[in-house]
Design a protein around this ligand. Sequence first.
Ligand SMILES: NC(=O)C1=CN([C@@H]2O[C@H](COP(=O)(O)OP(=O)(O)OC[C@H]3O[C@@H](n4cnc5c(N)ncnc54)[C@H](OP(=O)(O)O)[C@@H]3O)[C@@H](O)[C@H]2O)C=CC1
Ligand SMILES: CC(=O)N[C@@H](CCC(=O)OP(=O)(O)O)C(=O)O
Length: 349
Amino acid sequence: MASKSKIAAAVLGASGYTGADLIRLAALHPGIEIKALIAKSHAGQPLAKVFPHLGVLGLPDLVTAEEVDWDEIDVAFCGLPHAAAHQEIAKLPDSVKVVDMSADFRLRDPATYAEWYGGEHGAIDLLDEAVYGLTEHYRDRIKDARIVACPGCYPTAILLAMLPLVKEKQIDAGAIIVDAKSGVTGAGRSLKQNTLFAEAGEGLAPYGIAKHRHIPELEQEIGQAADETVRVNFTPHLAPMARGELCTCYVALEGDATVESLRDALRKAYADAPFIQLLEDGSIPATQNVRGSNYCQIAVFADRLEGRAIVVAAIDNLVKGSAGQALQNFNLMFGFDEAEGLKQLALFP
Ligand SMILES: NC(=O)C1=CN([C@@H]2O[C@H](COP(=O)(O)OP(=O)(O)OC[C@H]3O[C@@H](n4cnc5c(N)ncnc54)[C@H](OP(=O)(O)O)[C@@H]3O)[C@@H](O)[C@H]2O)C=CC1
Ligand SMILES: CC(=O)N[C@@H](CCC(=O)OP(=O)(O)O)C(=O)O
């Protein structure tokens, strides 16, 4: 049993990459007791066998969701593939709060979900109660939510960089062009040809050009901030590294906006944000500066093209882009300091 002062947590998808990083972080959180680790094909195995680096924690073996006594669980962190996530979350009792790292509750319009995710949403009734979990922009709503839908890793970095500029009308919300790179852990732990070392290890290639499923998520959030329908140009690339995400955003300035006024907008938006690091001395955001940490580095640069600027954001896809942000949202939902359990710095170099 969890001691009364601790929140009892279950991790759905404990044999996946987001699940593993969630366990790594949550196990050291003073207010959490991890009570159940849930997997599918790995159910029945000791955690130490699935992830030897987590064996030192002495946590229970992996089980199926059916084996868990959900009356004992206060919160479920969900690191399941989309579609499977909403099916499993719909089975949980209302007494369990949910921090979902999948895409299933991010899009508010079920028709948009069906269009981009290749199938009808099977838990539409739960969509209404889900709050978008971009912590820095939804704090008040996250505090009272039962289900929090953590953003995708690319949208996390891009929206953190873009939303303050859109809200302050510093940039044209309908003319944002994003060139993004992700490490291969972004694709999960299951075997895929394009993430084999031989095929990803020494190359760089775009994918999902003009049709990646993070586009509707970006358009939903940027459109809401701009109060108009927008289209976003977004091209992700698979980069030869395990972790990390770098998003370079090319923007058109509005009115008399300048590089300085863009920096002012970001400074104002993130004055009280413990994990946003604004680089204003010419330093360049880089994945190696945030690796293993919950920080997002953002910097604004002048463009040689008149009336334009370049905004660069870097995160670790498995921390700020999923498990770290999930824990940050958990902290708000359960009344902890937002940074509890997340204060470690990047593992550099
Ligand atoms: N990787 C990343 O950088 C990010 C991922 N996400 C999202 O988080 C979620 C998890 O991603 P990630 O950890 O990378 O994925 P992985 O492929 O590494 O892990 C998936 C996990 O889900 C379990 N699983 C797979 N299919 C089912 C099913 N049908 N029913 C129940 N459990 C199932 C697997 O169990 P088993 O191994 O036992 O079969 C495994 O534990 C996804 O929705 C992803 O889109 C979000 C942000 C960033
Ligand atoms: C490298 C890679 O494949 N990345 C994943 C994004 C992972 C992520 O953050 O997003 P979701 O939660 O929406 O899956 C992709 O492009 O689909």
